[in-house]
Write a protein that binds this ligand. Structure first.
Ligand SMILES: [Zn+2]
Length: 82
């Protein structure tokens, strides 16, 4: 699953979950995504790195890295080797 922050043509921002990036592309092309605020179907990805969660331990509200460092999460982080 992947979450994208989306923005409609009127500037409303909202988040949507998709099975994959390709699924987003498919739905966006068919205008199947609409703004929950105004129903606008002209939506685009807002500026945010996609938050991919392959495991269920990553929650958007919490830092993904166990050591809490902002730049952490890479495989080189010593905290990841536990
Ligand atoms: Zn809207």
């Amino acid at each position: 699953m992947i979450v994208y922050k989306l923005q409609c043509a009127k500037g409303h921002e909202f988040e949507e979950w998709f099975a994959s990036g390709a699924e987003y592309d498919r739905l966006a092309k068919k205008k199947k995504i609409k703004c929950p605020e105004c129903g606008d179907k002209t939506v685009a990805k807002a500026l945010m790195a996609p938050n991919v969660s392959s495991v269920d331990t990553v929650k958007p509200a919490k830092p993904a890295a166990p050591c809490g460092a902002a730049a952490c999460g890479s495989e080189t982080c010593p905290m990841m080797n536990n």
